[in-house]
Design a protein around this ligand. Structure first.
Ligand code: SF4
Length: 286
């Protein structure tokens, strides 16, 4: 392990919260793993900062397209997850729901939104909770990669809380939620990845988006939606047709619906709009 990486990890690793059980009492650590830089930093801090052995660590990925071909997921993610798992030497678990996000949108007849973020709850939170419950009694850590500097909503998050959706003391199942990179800056996260010699997910390098989450995330800015639309024109066209068919738009502006076509047009119109960052990628409960 490189000296500079170890030094940086030691500097960036926060004291384990007092509420957390001792490391030896924990059965398994589940690092939420999208493949993005924050999730890699989370895994690195767990492994080299808190010194959790690989045998007690898992990278847990939620595949929002379930069994279907990548649509909301990036086409490169499946391969990237294998690469990251091998490079980090941490086993990978991919969780898939019974329905893809696209199918859920069709079934509901509407897109998810900020007030009805069912994409996160069905495709991530419920999936994780159900899986942890299936593990039976034990003490588990759900580690996620939110950072306070990402948004005002996240600025209020604590490093620790009980993971209520799956915690069940009467069934002898204890699930603790740890946010090991909550205090880190974006620069520090990228430094960790660089020093660890881990190649970034292609969403950053091939498509130049700022975050690795759903390809057509409901929180994308006009500029990022335009970038993704140009890279995946057929799938974008499919979303446009879905909007027409469902008579419901994915995006809203000042509480008024705005079509995806008009939304990405905003990226052309003004530099100010291009800087607009409406993007708030989700974690399990955010
Ligand atoms: S990344 Fe965006 S679209 Fe995907 S589940 Fe999260 S909020 Fe929904």
């Amino acid at each position: 392990m490189k000296k500079k990486l170890i030094q940086l990890i030691e500097k960036l690793t926060a004291k384990m919260p007092n509420e957390m059980p001792p490391i030896e009492e924990i059965d398994m650590y589940h690092a939420n793993f999208s493949g993005g830089a924050d999730s890699i930093a989370t895994a690195l801090i767990l492994k080299y900062g808190y010194k959790i052995p690989s045998s007690k660590l898992r990278l847990v990925h939620f595949r929002v397209d379930a069994q279907e071909e990548a649509f909301f997921d990036w086409p490169e993610t499946d391969e990237y997850l294998k690469y990251a798992s091998k490079t980090l030497d941490i086993p990978l678990i991919v969780l898939r729901g019974d329905k893809s996000l696209r199918q859920r949108i069709e079934d509901r007849g509407k897109f998810p939104g900020a007030a009805t973020q069912y994409c996160t709850s069905y495709q991530k939170r419920d999936l994780y909770s159900k899986w942890v419950r299936s593990l039976g009694p034990g003490t588990f850590i759900c580690a996620s990669g939110e950072r306070r500097l990402e948004s005002s909503r996240r600025s209020k998050k604590e490093i620790y809380q009980v993971y209520k959706p799956a915690n069940a003391p009467t069934k002898h199942r204890f699930v603790h939620w740890l946010r090991p990179v909550i205090h880190l800056s974006e620069t520090e996260v990228w430094q960790l990845m660089e020093l660890a010699g881990i190649e970034p997910h292609p969403c950053y390098t091939n498509y130049k988006v700022s975050r690795c989450s759903c390809k057509f995330c409901i929180f994308l800015s006009p500029k990022e939606m335009k970038t993704v639309a140009e890279a995946f024109p057929e799938q974008f066209e499919e979303l446009v047709k879905m909007e027409e068919r469902l008579n419901h738009t994915m995006k809203y502006e000042k509480n008024a619906p705005i079509s995806l076509i008009d939304f990405i047009e905003k990226a052309n119109k003004s530099n100010e709009q291009m800087k607009l960052d409406l993007f708030r990628p989700c974690s399990l409960l955010d």
